[in-house]
Write a protein that binds this ligand. Structure first.
Ligand SMILES: [Zn+2]
Length: 434
């Protein structure tokens, strides 16, 4: 098996990463629906946010003249980016028309690669989910195995839909590690051996030559999902916090994802919260992730039951066959187990203390808590909330909402679809217009 994998990796040796810009250069911008002006981008973004709009809506949102808006919309309809229909109502004595993205422009795949799972949806441009699939996977098996698995799942889904693979025009992928966004590669990902610098984009484009591929960190992708379809719709400044095996955050600034200079913005899991704490897998001491993420909660639950402090956790330990998970500690807390309640309160408080620093620094209007450990529920949320409110400045928390993710586990795949659509539409300016 190991030999077969080695041989297979030789056939997929890293090549120069092909970015979507190269992919686009194969198209004639005059014909391409995806090469757009700044105004066209504004119109498309408004439609993606609101679904369907009339010309009057566009004028009121943009403050551009009706003539300018009409010219822009006509061009997008000619290039089949927009579709239109009779709204059935009258404005100023005329039947008014509504405009939406043309659902028939092609198919989009949203891919969420987790540490132990792959989830994929296929959608149209209106983000109607046409098909969804999930499989268990071990990201430690390396990019050759995992990307082949992703490709097989996508192919199967498209076949089931009776569609042609050439109709797949965009693939967005979220991965559980730090991503150099410009190159679409992971950089020294701690839980992903073999992925460092691997050319994910060109590998996927070998499987799907008609698709533009984009890769980002899973938490950024989840933040985008929440922005497009969840609690954050229309919110300009927010932080999405994922609490799972690790802890990370995605920052939305002025309605857009903020990645920082190299793509590592939001990596809050390795902020030190205890100089005398345990060693983290990153090599430092006392990181938030090492003290408050899922494995730390499970570890402290195990310690409590081994110390004879919790009969309820002992029950879960025996039922699982000799181990404790973070969700068991959450369930035990709901059953009233004092040790578990304390563990979750302490984890929530540590996370809340770090988030308080971010709130003082960044002044977001929303903190969204997601990821598998967030399923522990309100006890964790209220501890986080308390931690934030105790340590933040009153002005920074005056309009702050701290809530759970609205779309939960779907945030990854929905965000990946939005990432792919964002990536497909490239703005052409006068200086680089051909
Ligand atoms: Zn660390």
């Amino acid at each position: 098996m190991a030999i077969a994998r080695e041989e297979s990796s030789k056939t997929l040796q890293p090549k120069e990463a092909r970015t979507s810009t190269v992919w686009l250069s194969a198209l004639n911008p005059a014909d391409s629906p995806y090469v757009i002006t700044t105004l066209e981008k504004e119109v498309i973004d408004l439609i993606r946010l609101h679904g369907e709009l009339t010309k009057a809506d566009f004028v009121s949102f943009t403050n551009y003249s009706r003539t300018k808006v009409s010219t822009c919309i006509d061009s997008l309809i000619t290039r089949k980016v927009l579709a239109t229909r009779d709204s059935g109502s009258f404005t100023g004595g005329r039947r008014s028309r509504v405009y939406s993205l043309n659902g028939g422009m092609g198919l989009i795949a949203g891919v969420d690669i987790g540490a132990t799972s792959i989830d994929i949806v296929i959608t149209d441009f209106r983000k109607n989910v046409l098909s969804r699939a999930g499989e268990s996977a071990n990201v430690r098996e390396g990019p050759v195995v995992i990307l082949e698995q992703v490709s097989t799942i996508i192919n199967n889904q498209i076949e089931k839909l009776n569609k042609n693979i050439n109709e797949l025009v965009g693939i967005g992928i979220g991965v559980p590690g730090p991503v150099d966004y410009a190159n679409g590669t992971l950089l020294s990902p701690p839980i992903m051996p073999g992925w460092d610098g691997y050319p994910i984009i060109s590998t996927m484009q070998d499987f799907f030559p008609f698709a533009s591929v984009v890769v980002d960190n899973d938490v950024n992708v989840m933040a985008l999902g929440e922005l497009a379809h969840g609690a954050a719709m229309g919110v300009d400044n927010l932080i999405f916090v994922k609490i799972g095996t690790g802890i990370g955050s995605g920052i939305i600034c002025n309605g857009k994802i903020y990645r920082g200079t190299n793509g590592s913005a939001g990596d809050i899991g390795h902020i030190c919260v205890d100089k005398h704490g345990p060693i983290c897998h990153c090599g430092n001491v006392g990181c938030l992730e090492a003290l408050a993420a899922g494995p730390a909660i499970a570890q402290r639950g195990l310690r409590a039951l081994l110390d004879g402090k919790s009969q309820i956790l002992k029950k879960y330990y025996d039922r699982n066959g000799g181990f404790i998970r973070a969700e068991d500690v959450g369930d035990a807390a709901r059953e009233g187990d004092q040790s578990s309640i304390e563990i979750i309160r302490e984890s929530g408080k540590m996370i809340g203390d770090v988030l308080a620093g971010l709130v003082n620094f960044y002044n977001p209007s929303m903190l969204i808590i997601g990821g598998g450990v967030s399923n522990i529920g309100n006890l964790l949320l209220s501890a986080i909330r308390q931690g934030v409110l105790n340590r933040s400045l009153p002005l920074a928390t005056r309009d702050l909402q701290i809530i759970f993710s609205e779309i939960g586990l779907d945030a990854g795949v929905i965000g990946a679809v939005n990432l792919a659509i964002d990536n497909l539409f490239q703005i052409v300016t006068m200086s680089n217009q051909i």
